[in-house]
Ligand binder design. Sequence first.
Ligand code: PSU
Ligand code: MN
Length: 334
Amino acid sequence: MVRSSSMLRQAAQSLLRTPHPALLLSSAVRSALTPSTKAPLVALESTIITHGLPYPLNLEVAQELEQTIIDHGAVPATIALLDGKPLVGLDQPQLERLAQCAIDQTKNEAIKASRRDIAHVLAKGKGTVGGTTVSGTMVLAHMAGIKIFATGGIGGVHRGAESTMDVSADLTELGRTPVAVFCSGPKSILDIPRTLEVLETHGVSVTTFNSTGEFPAFYTSNSGLYVPYAGTDAQAAASIFVNHQLGLESGQVFANPIPSEWNEVGARIQQSVEQAVRESVEQGIAKRGKEVTPWLLKRLAELIPESKKSNRALVVNNAKKAAQVAVELHHIEK
Ligand code: PSU
Ligand code: MN
């Protein structure tokens, strides 16, 4: 049954909430959240800046993501923990400060912050930089009342998780927090079939923008795995989003495949994934908790330098898609 637009509007409006008073909102974000000056919003994470990409590419990408969202009619809200405060919407000096933490990854003072880290990083107060992961960003976006979030890749079930139990907090967060995450799937350094299983266990709604229903594998548009629901366009995605939120408190994944011109590079990256994962096991990295993902990303970038360009292309593409859906949602809410 197709819901009437008034039902959709009512549902969308019931999702509006007042931002939690402890959050420090930028003036652009505050205005976009204020009923009289409401505007579509897209949250962005900051672990990609502090731990995901090298300097100065991380800063360039952070700025390009914000500009892409603005160009498509929405307001960007990069989320981070700075000097003991949860920030939603950053200015240029703050983005620069996050980015500079990655100048020398061996001396990175930024703390990679998922849900479990937030209170600790805030308690450290002045001088502390926390880059929020997908999990940490979803928590704070939800507290602010932001429903749409764009990133590169979500965390997932690590290979060998049957012995290490290394399953990203992103997956449980997606099960409990009603925010829609636009990504290009989990990286193939992870175990994608098991990641999809865990998403299903936690009741996460998964939509792929691949018309065949094929789930993307980050660096390539193909994983060989299919999900039951394919999105067609931004309007369809906004409708799936609103219908999901009618009372289901869980999150959503909108998986947007990397543009096909990157598939050739992606196939080469794929061949290096096995090597990077093997090395992480041999060197004992695979048992080092939250260090695992940044280590694998860095190793992959060393083995195939173009992987950084692929990463940039896909995350910008996700920001664009997220902004388009945020704009659609804004029309529904009006
Ligand atoms: N995937 C990427 N780049 C990243 C990450 C994931 O392609 O930078 C980051 C995201 O912030 C994600 C986090 O939430 O890694 C997951 O880390 P872990 O596997 O430790 O949960
Ligand atoms: Mn982990």
